[in-house]
Design a protein around this ligand. Structure first.
Ligand SMILES: [Zn+2]
Length: 118
């Protein structure tokens, strides 16, 4: 079992309270009737499958029931950060070590691990 930091509840909760909902930051076309079949098919069915940094949409299904984003490393499975809808990730493929400000999630997870191993 592992823990996920819910950015709305502001605390680490058991993974069983959460459900993944797929790739994050997929914008619905502004005018679907103007899309070609290929563009609409890409929007509906095709998702990135990167090796490394990946942004995912999750929901705190058994908690506050809010959607939020997780930045996860697909090789190590490490959750690098969680952030609210509308916020920008500090970990990206261009900045794999994160932004200048360390996220609250990272600090909370480090604190938890320190407590577990103490
Ligand atoms: Zn929550």
């Amino acid at each position: 079992m592992f823990y996920i930091h819910c950015p709305y509840c502001g605390e680490l909760r058991e993974e069983e309270e959460f459900h993944p909902k797929g790739q994050a930051h997929i914008a619905r076309p502004a005018d679907p009737t103007a899309c070609t079949d290929e563009e609409w098919g890409d929007y509906l069915f095709f998702r990135d499958n990167p090796r490394g940094i990946h942004h995912e949409l999750w929901v705190h299904a058994v908690g506050c029931r809010k959607f939020f984003n997780i930045t996860r490393h697909t090789v190590s499975y490490e959750i690098l950060e969680t952030f609210k809808m509308g916020e920008q990730p500090s970990f990206t493929t261009e900045h794999p070590q994160g932004g200048s400000a360390e996220s609250a999630t990272r600090q909370a997870q480090d604190a938890l691990q320190a407590g577990v191993h103490a």
